[in-house]
Ligand binder design. Structure first.
Ligand SMILES: C[S@@+](CC[C@H](N)C(=O)[O-])C[C@H]1O[C@@H](n2cnc3c(N)ncnc32)[C@H](O)[C@@H]1O
Length: 133
């Protein structure tokens, strides 16, 4: 008996729904462990989306795709924070927890855009979260 994969059909239906302005997502099963309950997809209800109008942010977001675990909403928060701190006294920037460098690159790009000349330091254990406290 030949077994067919449903994956291409699922992809087709999702793409069709997207074209029609809908988004189909699987609802995660409620987890029983505390770690499973700590993670779920977040659906913000606000609709003010200034990141869509920021071309420089959009191009950076595309550039760091696959290199960050941080969603676009939080990336935009970081982006705006860098803009705000550029108005403060001089000082270097440090990111603790870099993973593949996505937000680090975003920070460095925006620092340059905003005229921050000091160094941007990126540091990581490169061994995940170390120890328990
Ligand atoms: C959620 S990831 C960072 C996300 C990253 N900023 C991005 O753009 O996706 C967390 C990172 O923090 C690092 N890390 C965890 N504990 C740390 C520590 N005590 N000092 C430095 N880095 C740490 C891990 O190795 C991991 O790469």
């Amino acid at each position: 008996m030949k077994i067919y994969s449903l994956k291409p059909i699922k992809i087709f239906i999702k793409r069709l729904a997207n074209k029609l302005g809908y988004d189909i997502r699987r609802i995660p099963k409620p987890g029983s462990s505390s770690i499973a309950r700590e993670y779920e997809l977040v659906y913000p209800v606000a609709n003010y989306s200034p990141w869509n109008k920021d071309k420089s942010f959009q191009s950076m977001l595309a550039a760091i795709k696959g290199f960050t675990l941080v969603d676009k909403y939080r990336c935009f928060e970081i982006w705006k924070l860098i803009e705000q701190i550029s108005k403060l006294k001089k000082g270097s920037i440090i990111e603790v927890g870099v993973w593949r460098g996505g937000t680090g690159a975003l920070i460095a790009k925006q620092a340059k855009n905003c005229g921050i000349e000091e160094k941007v330091f990126l540091c990581d254990t490169f061994a995940g979260v170390v120890g328990r406290y």
